[in-house]
Design a protein around this ligand. Sequence first.
Ligand code: C2E
Ligand code: MG
Ligand code: MG
Length: 265
Amino acid sequence: MDQQVQRRREMELDMRRAFASSEFELHYQPLVDIASDKISGFEALLRWPHPGKGKISPAEFIPLAEEIGLIGPIGEWVLREACNEAVNWPSEIKVAVNLSPVQFRSRNLVQVVISALANSGLAPTRLELEITESVFLAETEANLAILHQLRELGVSISLDDFGTGYSSLSYLRSFPFDKIKIDRSFVKDLAKPSDCGAIVRAISGLGRSLNITTTAEGVETTEQLDWLRAEGCNEVQGFLFSGARPSVEVGQLLVRFGARASKAA
Ligand code: C2E
Ligand code: MG
Ligand code: MG
């Protein structure tokens, strides 16, 4: 127990130090439109290349950042950094940023988004904010009001990790989401005999009827891609195309996947 507390405390101090000394990086993973076979945007994913411990997964450090109140400043940095990068990309390419439910508690989230857009000059229509169902678990009304304010700015709202949470369908009624991201766990076994095909088909159909874009996460094989195309999924993201890469590689990725490489090109 003592050891665990000690380790956590060390990691906490380490993370505060890392943030203060700009150790965190943002990498970008392409989102590919299935119909045109072109990159439609990039998801910004946080990376912590630790000087002593190597790469630490966001799945490990984000929950701690949420616990110790560091997700506010980190999340704000992510938003600013992502907008500043995206403004240099071709104008049809969007950027997606993950928001933690804890950021909704601060009550200045809308202001932070307004400021990140204004300072970067990025058009609000090029920013997608990804939230998970957990945003609706507490303070539902207040959080819904924030989501509506964000959408009024012109940014779009995606529901991430869809299907892994609670009573997903009621959330689709409570807010007009622009995009549903089908969780990787359903994509993983698509090409194998499993229930995943039926689930993906149902979610794609739901998206189509509700006029919500569907994006499949974690696409690693061409078999999975063929399945997703056949099921009418709109967009894919996964190692089949590329993992998250540093911003300097965005131009190369755009060339590889057929879009204009830069504003100047
Ligand atoms: P997420 O938002 O669902 O992001 C997708 C995760 O799936 C990323 O993991 C990505 O690297 C991984 N992934 C993408 N394609 C594939 C694939 O083909 N196969 C496999 N096995 N994995 C794939 P990552 O970067 O480790 O991030 C994990 C989670 O941490 C994210 O899940 C998101 O919830 C959170 N996260 C990352 N960056 C941020 C951030 O800036 N802010 C907040 N609040 N959360 C973040
Ligand atoms: Mg995400
Ligand atoms: Mg996800």
